[in-house]
Design a protein. Structure first.
Ligand code: ATP
Ligand code: MG
Length: 388
């Protein structure tokens, strides 16, 4: 009798030729998150991935594996061979593990006979095992329509017995869907945007803009901490950091005050595009959500996009703030995001920012400053951190 966990991978996305590629990526993520914990073989068997684990570290293993995208369900199983007595023992043992046992009054056995050579058909096998449970455990009854609990028995090369299907995030394994550069501020939204794109398989790097010494080192530390939390889901992440103080000063001195936000946003995009191109990254990602603040109007988005040629993904665009906050809490970035350190955008913050910028006026203002020169100059301040 061995302890394993089974990982169910998404059926639709993983069909066809890509399946192997996705599964191997997933396995490499499992190895990464389990570093430092005892675990045995990791292997595939008829549609699921299995990891041999120690009973003592089971909870920790599950907590870590839960953060891997591409996994839909996790089940702690007992694995035995196809011997009837061993299967019976496994069934009785798995019932001992159930939390809140006194709340469970009814059950149903569900057998999945993937190995068609196994002599007993699924319904009959379920009945047999149901009888074993009834005979050995007091206070449990069968309910085939609405049971409190299912006892699953998967008959493959090995036999797997389990009762629990723990929901994970789903999505696609990180690294199976290209690379994106996340514009990471210290706020609530951008970490959530990074999380959602990583969940679709995008490998994430981050870039943060600061105005040191007007913004503090602690503010930068906060952003690194956010990147660290994200990296629990994404794996190690590269973070770039760029000082845009000179740009902001120049805009402040030579452009209309109400255009500060949109002009700095265009500079952020230009710098991010350069960093992306140099590092073989194909898209930018932001935490913008339509109408959330003055600068997040369709007009602003149009004017922002016009500054670069690289696609910009905005996974939060149609989400309400309450929903974004719910996700931030769930992924545990919220508490860090709300720490009150200053952000570069609050510097020179216009009292009445333009909400419907027109590209021709914005471009006219940019004639007053040396855009290319300022971008190049800012890039000289680029620092790179590897976050794990
Ligand atoms: P967030 O909660 O992510 O800070 P926000 O609601 O404050 O977003 P804005 O300040 O308009 O909105 O920023 C919109 C997006 O622009 C952010 O989600 C982020 O992707 C990017 N951004 C803003 N400031 C910075 C910064 N200092 N460094 C990197 N990216 C930034
Ligand atoms: Mg912000």
């Amino acid at each position: 009798m061995d302890r394993v966990i089974s990982l169910s991978v998404g059926e639709i996305a993983l069909k066809g030729k890509n399946r192997k590629y996705f599964e191997n990526k997933l396995i490499s993520h499992v190895k990464r998150v389990l570093q430092g914990l005892p675990f045995g073989k990791i292997y595939k068997e008829q549609g699921k991935i299995y990891v041999e684990v120690d009973e003592d570290s089971l909870n920790e293993v599950i907590n870590r594996v839960k953060k891997i995208f591409g996994i839909y369900y996790i089940s702690p199983c007992i694995r035995v061979d196809k011997d009837m007595d061993h299967i019976k023992e496994a069934v009785l043992k798995i019932l001992e593990d159930i939390k809140d046992r006194d709340k469970v009054k009814t059950f149903k056995v569900k057998t999945n006979r993937a190995d068609k050579k196994f002599p007993i058909k699924s319904p009959e096998f379920s009945r047999k095992m149901g009888a074993v449970i009834l005979k050995n455990i007091e206070g449990l009854n069968v309910d085939v329509n609405n049971p409190d609990m299912y006892v699953y028995i998967d008959i493959k090369q090995n036999v797997y017995v389990y009762t629990d299907k723990i929901k994970a995030y789903g999505g696609l394994p990180v690294g199976t869907n290209g690379k994106g550069l996340l514009l990471l501020s210290g706020g609530i939204d951008s970490p959530v945007a990074g999380f959602l794109m990583a969940k679709r398989g995008v490998e994430i790097s981050a870039i943060h803009f600061h105005s040191y010494p007007f913004t503090s080192e602690r503010a930068e530390e906060k952003v690194k901490n956010l990147a660290k939390i994200l990296s629990l889901y994404t794996g190690k992440m590269r973070m770039y950091s760029v000082n845009i103080l000179d740009i902001q000063k120049e805009i402040n001195a030579k452009c209309p005050e109400d255009q500060m936000t949109i002009l700095s946003r265009r500079f952020m995009m230009r710098i991010a595009e350069k960093v992306a191109r140099e590092n073989d990254i194909d898209v930018l990602i932001t935490g913008e959500s339509l109408g959330q603040v003055a600068s997040q109007t369709v007009e602003s988005i149009a004017v922002t996009n016009a500054s670069v040629n690289i696609p910009i993904l905005r996974p939060l665009i149609g989400m309400d703030k309450v929903h974004i906050i719910d996700i931030a809490k769930e992924i545990e970035t919220y508490e860090t995001s709300i720490l009150p350190y200053e952000d570069c955008c609050t510097l020179f913050l216009p009292k009445h920012p333009v909400t419907r910028p027109k590209l021709k006026y914005i471009e006219k203002s940019e004639k007053n400053i040396d855009v290319e020169g300022l971008v190049e100059k800012a890039l000289e301040s680029l620092s790179v951190y590897d976050i794990e």
